[in-house]
Design a protein around this ligand. Structure first.
Ligand code: PMM
Length: 303
């Protein structure tokens, strides 16, 4: 990359087109530093932490720890999309898993924003009713036709992630066929964006996510990381979910997902430099520290 290219990219960091703010329900997340979203999978079968936090008491303890380590958002999920092919759960079972946990986190930590990771409008509505401020839909509004209306009515923050297929296939390679992965992902995300905006969701509530590892082989995830400037140029904050994913394992030879922390941190710091602002991670302390230092260096480089 030329020196001109570097300064062009850092100037994008200085003046984010979205104004540096993300409206989330009655709150606002200021994107004047990297935002860390801590992952709380209340599932028996998620790929790297399944079963650990299925008990509501342990799940809330885990949230408290991530908040102490610097998480700005806690993302609660009750349905796995694991790469081995996930078992879809019904809305009632999903709600039973997530609602007691969300209720307790909102009660104990009212200043932290809770996000609900779901593709089901019913679950999203129930979570928003308990005080969640963000809906993280890994289908980008493709799966449940009611999702956009629920989010619009609530005025919540929305994460539109790129994926293909349903809950049981989106984490696999079944739909990972692309001529030009960047063009396809940007085009398909633009479709999610149109659905959101035409349902009355304000642009200031929307965040875009390239969906690393979702219907993407490792080379596709890497291409999407490299294309963050193009994604950010759409004018919405960019969220990255690199944490412990297969592409990190493929790049490092580390087979055990929980041991991919350093690789995750590397992906996040590179993502920050390319224009991503929100980072969904299992290991909050490590990414918080690395991102804060990288941000300070970038700020000093702009002076
Ligand atoms: N990845 C997973 C689940 N939810 N949400 C967003 N917005 N982005 C992601 O990359 C993402 C997600 C799968 O990972 P996990 O099973 O470790 O939670």
């Amino acid at each position: 990359m030329t020196a001109g290219g570097v300064s062009q990219r850092t100037s994008e960091i200085q003046r984010p087109p979205h104004g540096g703010r993300w409206r989330v329900g009655d709150g606002e997340i200021v994107l004047d530093r990297p935002i860390v979203m801590g992952i709380l999978n209340v599932t028996p079968d998620s790929f790297s932490d399944g079963g650990q936090f299925a008990d509501p008491g342990r799940a809330v303890e885990r949230a408290a720890r991530m908040i102490a380590e610097g998480a700005d958002i806690i993302d609660v999920g009750g349905e796995s999309t694991r790469p081995q092919g996930a078992r879809p759960v019904g809305a009632a079972e999903e709600r039973e898993r997530v609602i007691p946990v969300i209720r307790e986190i909102v009660r104990q930590f009212p200043r932290v924003s809770v996000s609900i990771d779901t593709v089901k409008a019913e679950t999203a509505a129930a979570a928003l009713g308990e005080g969640a401020r963000i809906v993280n839909d890994v289908s980008g509004f493709r799966i449940d036709p009611q999702m956009a209306a629920v989010c619009s009515a609530a005025g919540c923050g929305v994460v539109l992630m790129h994926s293909r297929g349903d809950v049981s296939t989106m984490g696999t390679y079944e739909h990972a066929v692309y001529d030009d992965v960047v063009a396809s992902v940007l085009g398909e995300l633009a479709g999610s964006l149109r659905t959101a905006l035409s349902s009355g969701i304000g642009g200031e509530a929307i965040v875009l996510d390239p969906g690393l590892g979702f219907a993407k082989r490792s080379e596709h995830s890497l291409a999407m990381l490299a294309a963050i400037p193009e994604l950010a140029a759409l004018g919405y904050p960019v969220l990255l979910g690199a944490s412990r994913k297969r592409f990190v394992g493929d790049l490092t030879g580390v087979g055990e997902p929980a041991s991919r922390v350093q690789g995750t941190v590397g992906a996040n710091v590179a993502g920050l430099m390319l224009g991503a602002r929100i980072f969904r991670v299992h290991d909050v302390a490590q990414s918080r520290q690395a991102l804060d230092v990288a941000w300070a260096v970038l700020a000093a480089a702009r002076r």
